[in-house]
Ligand binder design. Structure first.
Ligand SMILES: [Zn+2]
Length: 70
């Protein structure tokens, strides 16, 4: 599935989430990587073989601060 050179990490590699994003749907909270892994905003992942990984122990991006009206 990956056509990059050098090839991105395979879906069963430890660093599989380092593959490039080929479809990004932030409005739905997920993105597809070129190795077939679907990553969700809560850091959960769906692997191409159908296995699901729960949210990972890594920090989520902080929401942008909303300026307060004076
Ligand atoms: Zn790739």
């Amino acid at each position: 599935m990956c056509t990059h050179a050098p090839a991105c990490p395979a879906s069963d590699a430890v660093d599989h989430d380092a593959a490039r994003v080929v479809a990004d749907h932030p409005e739905q909270g997920w993105r597809l990587l070129c190795n077939g892994v679907v990553c969700f905003d809560d850091t959960g992942e769906l692997l191409p073989d159908g296995h699901a990984l729960g949210p990972q122990c890594r920090p989520l991006p902080r929401p942008l601060a909303v300026p307060q009206a004076a």
